[in-house]
Design a protein around this ligand. Structure first.
Ligand code: ATP
Ligand code: MG
Length: 452
């Protein structure tokens, strides 16, 4: 651990708004009282302290740290909780829930690490400052004692929050070497809290990058997903690119010389598929084909459904890029030339088109505005109808009076008719089919197609 903190806790400083205090008292007041009655201390810590000091209110779970050891914690929560989890007991953590309030209570720690793993040998401590000093960033190394609501901020986290600085409470090489996942947490918190990493932190990450090899791919994938879920993750992704971490995690980014497209990346924050879109943006910029992109994601143990979503968005985005360029080349993408092209996109990629538009916009902003307008118009007016046919295989067999491969050919032909001329009613489809069949030579490719 690094040097002793310079700043003393400001005793008695009220740290929370009255509303937050009232709500927290209601939720965990009796639990805190049980600890103090037994002669132990009880501190709120972590994200809750950080986020309430930022005025974000009470979000997420409640992290507590105490000088009580795990067996004592287990006894003390028993009288309060509906449910208790002891899986983390060996590492000092007991989980508990009462109604809709979930807490994780951890004995103060002063751990040391093996160099070959990121699992700490847990050593407990009876000192809050020691505990805060082994945490990842100063903004996460603040605690509020209950009762009394005194803020403990020995590493200047509040000032760093105010000044927009991301810094470690102890020497960063050691912190990142002990638990390399913290390098990815640095990227996430820099974006989540709009904090600029100190030069010291950046230099440490450049040097400690190879240590990420000891972290499981699942944990890395999960942490990257948390970054990509943020409303505005681009600063974090740029940080990963600048430090070289991005190329370590997604090899096609190595030496790609590509820039992270920040505005397009942040613009999709409101969309449900934002994580998939952001993967599609990142991978589409540097991967030569879908197989490479899929390999990158499965190497990070990203869920199969997410990978499929990313690939579908990437495919739709490339189709959109080509279609927009073609439409623009053949008459500016105006309604007459552009409409069949727009219909084909809607028929093939309808559900992905919003995500694809966001993706191409992020890549290079090359979309023709006229074409995008036309596409939206076709999607609204004809989208439903274009994605299905007005007749099914049974109806086609009735009209043609036979079955076999011709049914498939007929359906494909009808689909093209819809793309060329717009949605068909079932009557019109049947009439067209009958005509198609009459004109069609028995043996195969027909004069009818040639005539249309
Ligand atoms: P959020 O829950 O919003 O993602 P958080 O700061 O609460 O943010 P948690 O992962 O819940 O993050 O961790 C709670 C606290 O535990 C952190 O604020 C930090 O003090 C500490 N912590 C968590 N993970 C690490 C780590 N890998 N290294 C050091 N400290 C950590
Ligand atoms: Mg938390």
């Amino acid at each position: 651990m690094g040097s002793t903190p310079a700043r003393a806790p400001p005793p008695g400083t009220p740290a929370l708004s009255d509303d937050d205090r009232r709500e927290l008292s209601g939720r965990i007041g009796p639990l805190a009282a049980a600890f103090t009655r037994a002669g132990h201390r009880f501190f709120l810590v972590g994200g809750l302290v950080r986020d309430t000091l930022l005025g974000h209110g009470l979000t997420g779970d409640i992290d507590i740290t105490t000088d009580a050891i795990p067996d004592q914690i287990a006894q003390l929560v028993a009288g309060w909780a509906d449910t208790v989890w002891e899986q983390g007991k060996a590492f000092g953590t007991i989980g508990a829930r009462r109604k809709d309030t979930a807490v994780e209570i951890t004995t103060h720690r002063a751990e040391s690490y093996d160099s070959g793993s990121r699992k700490p040998h847990v050593r407990f401590s009876d000192d809050i400052v020691t505990d805060l000093g082994r945490r990842d960033f100063t903004v996460n190394a603040m605690a509020i004692e209950v009762p009394g609501w005194t803020l403990y901020d020995p590493f200047g986290g509040l000032a760093d929050l105010a000044n927009g600085v991301l810094r470690t409470p102890s020497e960063p090489e050691g912190l990142f070497s002990d638990d390399p996942l913290r390098m990815l947490r640095a990227a996430r918190f820099s974006a989540q809290l709009a904090l600029a990493p100190t030069q010291e932190l950046v230099t440490a990450i450049r040097g400690m990058r190879p240590r990420l090899a000891i972290v499981s791919r699942e944990r890395i994938g999960t942490e990257l997903t948390k970054l990509l879920e943020l409303p505005r993750p681009s600063a974090g992704v740029r940080f990963l690119a600048d430090t070289g971490l991005l190329g370590d995690l997604l090899p096609p980014w190595q030496q790609s010389g590509t820039a992270v497209p920040a505005p397009g990346f942040d613009a999709v924050g409101d969309l449900d598929e934002r994580v998939e879109i952001r993967w599609a943006i990142l991978l589409g910029l540097v991967c030569d084909d879908e197989a490479t992109a899929a390999r990158c994601l499965s190497a990070l143990r990203i869920r199969g459904a997410t990978i499929q979503g990313v690939i579908a968005i990437g495919r739709a985005a490339r189709a959109l890029q080509t279609a927009s360029a073609d439409a623009a080349a053949s008459g500016g993408g105006g309604p007459d030339t552009g409409r069949p092209v727009a219909r084909r996109l809607v028929a093939d990629h309808g559900p992905q088109l919003d995500a694809a538009t966001a993706t191409v916009t992020a890549w290079d902003g090359s979309l023709s505005e006229t074409f995008v307008r036309l596409l939206a118009e076709v999607q609204t007016a004809e989208g439903e109808a274009l994605r299905r046919l007005p007749v099914d295989g049974h109806r086609v067999m009735e009209v043609l009076g036979r079955s076999g491969p011709v049914v498939g050919e007929a359906l494909a032909w009808l689909r093209n008719q819809q793309i060329e001329h717009g949605p068909l009613s079932s009557e019109r489809a049947c009439a067209l089919l009958a005509e198609w069949d009459r004109r069609r030579p028995q043996s195969g490719t027909g004069a009818f197609e040639a005539a249309h």
